[in-house]
Design a protein around this ligand. Structure first.
Ligand SMILES: [Zn+2]
Length: 686
């Protein structure tokens, strides 16, 4: 099977990540470490694989290394003790290795550090960012070979695999010029002019060759030894198939507990799950509430939420912990991880190996290929990676796939793809969408995007509206939110459309702008008289069609969760789907997610319903906390039965459900037994 869903194909379905970045001043490092006690705790917690430190961000090794330097306070072979102790309890070890940060090496050889000045800030926190191009890369390779030769590890967990955001050291400059024959595409005297995409691409390629070489080296030294790359800045490139696909498993951290994290857990998983060339992937959650090493312990329901979300998207869950400097750990952490994993284990077994099945896709990548240092960060206001669209569709309980590349549309799986204004400004991007629509696909464009897409959207002219805030009045809207003008608070466009375009909604401008002379009241003027200026429209193209919305209302939704915006997006989506969603769920709270997977015999509907606290505030935004889970009752699921098949049975985690005909033709309907946080239903077909 070429798709993802490796859950049952891999020997390690439940994982833990043991952070251990220990500065030199910790004198008694590992003094109270007991590999046996830790292995017992892991095995008791249903953990099958753990990442354990070979070398940390400080450059300190936790075994007696001949290549590098062991932590100056280390009196033992922690890695060796752990590998043996864990193996005795059936837990596999991945040796953690910090590639991109190494304070010890960088301090001694400053010329091997990444040299971002004058373009960017250097390093992150206390940790020095290293360049793999040159002696440091050789050093890391030798040390990794030493680890894999010396210890019976199942793999290497390679961290900080990226540039922050680019290196302009003497070696990179020289290698770029030698490799490409081009002059450097930047001017040290004019840092504001930037660096250009060619250099980013070249650097990405150089890094790919390095990690690809590492994967080959390690597998050669110890057959079956896997390389896992924490993609760091490369999640989009990985999922889009842009970068090296031969460097093993993937990982992404979806850390912390801010509101966006709840969405990011799904988004990161979905991007990998629907990658152009998918690989097994791990998503690393944490025991910590806000982030690494805050020494809090999140409630059980949060660990359940995270791991079930990862399962629902075909990934392998890992929960991050951190040892104290003296090597101790807290037993309650593993009791709680065990409670979560004992709950998850039968769910993993029930679902088996499946592949993603959502027919609605969201283009989830920022506009500039490899020109966007830092890659995808679903944490800001910019909303440049499809997260607003993803959230809107997800909040409507409609299964959705995050797509890192428009080329993914060629596979024929997607009935509708949603795009926002952050499209690749390239002919390839337009061609991919055109081919998709011509062959019967439908596009919902929320925002007008780059000008080269306008002909496809049916737009002949687009200009920013005179007021930054305006209102959209949907034509023929049923009574409710959409029958009154809907506030669109991010700059929209006045558009002229090609003949034959059908207007579905119109602009209604505010009575006044917000200036000293025209000040209406506290925020905006109320909507004025109706206009005939189209704000939402539809055009047909070949066998498919396009609906356009002339304002970035998905970004607005990401910021505000204003339900009328979601309803507008979903009404357009339903129009394009002709009222034939894959799943209809009734009775779920808005924060719930419905995900859909399949194998050859059955369809699995996952429902994830986190119960969250009211958000408080802090400088960087609110946090959520799930304490006790709320029981979810009276949920009904209507599933569209694949054409030519009949549904023979429905089973909710081992309990047979009664199937009833749905009011919609070709659907089967079940009422779910009450559940908390997550449930899954298998529908069998013949
Ligand atoms: Zn460099």
């Amino acid at each position: 099977m070429a798709a993802s869903g490796f859950v049952n194909a891999l020997p390690a379905k439940r994982r833990v990540h043991l952070d251990f970045h220990t500065p030199d001043f910790v004198a008694n490092v590992g003094e109270r470490f007991s590999a046996q006690a830790l292995a017992d705790a892991l095995a008791g917690g249903e953990v099958e694989q753990a990442a354990f430190f070979a070398k940390c961000h400080y450059g300190n090794a936790y075994y007696p290394t001949k290549v590098g330097r062991a932590h100056p306070g280390l009196q033992r072979d922690m890695l060796g003790e752990f590998v043996s102790g864990a193996a005795a309890r059936g837990v596999r070890t991945f040796a953690y290795y910090s590639l991109g940060f190494d304070v010890w090496y960088g301090t001694q050889h400053p010329d091997t550090m990444q040299h971002p000045e004058p373009f960017f800030q250097r390093s992150w926190g206390p940790w020095t960012a290293m360049c793999v191009n040159g002696p440091y890369g050789e050093y890391a390779r030798e040390q990794l070979a030493e680890v894999v030769r010396g210890y019976d590890v199942a793999g290497v967990w390679l961290d900080i695999v990226g540039y922050y955001p680019v290196c302009v050291c003497a070696r990179c400059r020289e290698a770029y010029q030698r490799g490409t024959g081009h002059d450097l595409p930047f001017d040290d005297d004019k840092p504001d002019a930037g660096i250009g995409t060619d250099y980013y691409r070249w650097q990405r390629q150089m890094l790919d060759e390095y990690t690809g070489g590492l994967a080959t080296l390690l597998a050669g030294l110890r057959p079956g030894c896997e390389l896992l790359c924490n993609t760091a800045t490369g999640i989009r490139e990985k999922a889009a198939g842009v970068t090296n696909q031969d460097d093993g498993q993937w990982c992404e951290e979806a850390v912390g507990n801010r509101p966006h994290t709840f969405t990011a857990m799904s988004l990161y998983s979905s991007l990998f799950d629907n990658a152009v060339r998918p690989r097994p992937f791990e998503i690393c959650s944490q025991r910590f509430h806000m982030g690494w090493g805050d020494w809090t312990l999140r409630p059980l329901e949060e660990l359940k939420h995270d791991t079930a979300t990862i399962l629902a998207h075909g990934g392998l869950p890992s929960i991050g912990d951190q040892l104290y400097g003296d090597g101790r750990f807290e037993a309650p952490v593993y009791e709680r991880i065990g409670d979560a994993y004992r709950w998850l284990k039968p769910r993993q077994a029930f679902c088996g190996t499946t592949r993603p099945a959502a027919e609605v896709g969201v283009f989830a990548a920022s506009s500039g290929p490899a020109s966007d240092p830092g890659g995808i960060k679903y944490n800001g206001n910019a909303c440049r990676n499809g997260e607003g669209l993803f959230k809107a569709v997800m909040d409507a309980h409609c299964p959705v796939a995050a797509l890192a590349d428009l080329a993914a549309l060629a596979g024929g799986r997607y009935a509708v793809v949603l795009i926002d204004e952050n499209l690749p400004d390239t002919d390839e991007g337009v061609a991919a969408l055109e081919a998709y629509v011509e062959s019967g696909g439908h596009v919902l464009s929320v925002g007008v995007g780059p000008e080269r897409y306008w002909p496809l959207l049916g737009v002949t002219e687009a200009k920013p509206l005179p007021t930054p805030v305006s209102y959209i009045r949907m034509a023929d809207a049923p009574p409710g939110d959409l029958s009154m003008p809907v506030l669109a608070r991010i700059q929209g466009h006045g558009v002229k459309l090609e003949a034959g375009a059908e207007a579905l909604g119109y602009w209604t401008h505010p009575l006044s702008g917000k200036s000293k002379g025209d000040f209406y009241s506290h925020q905006h003027g109320p909507p004025g008289p109706a206009t005939e200026e189209p704000a939402v429209w539809r055009v047909t193209r070949g066998a498919g069609s396009v609906i356009g919305v002339a304002a970035p209302i998905a970004t607005d939704y990401w910021h505000t969760s204003y339900s009328a915006l979601r309803k507008m997006i979903v009404a357009c989506l339903d129009t394009l789907l002709d009222g034939r969603r894959q799943v209809y769920a009734e009775g779920l709270p808005a924060i719930a997610e419905v995900a859909l997977r399949t194998n050859d015999e059955a369809v699995f509907v996952h429902v994830i319903a986190p119960s969250v606290s009211r958000p408080g505030t802090r400088e960087a935004g609110e946090t959520f906390f799930m304490d006790a889970a709320v029981g979810i009752h009276d949920v009904r699921i209507g599933l569209r039965v694949p054409e030519g098949r009949a549904c023979t049975a429905a089973d909710q985690l081992g309990h047979a459900l009664t199937m009833t005909p749905d009011e919609r033709d070709g659907y089967v309907r079940v009422e779910l037994a009450p559940f908390r946080t997550h449930t899954a239903v298998r529908f069998d077909f013949r």
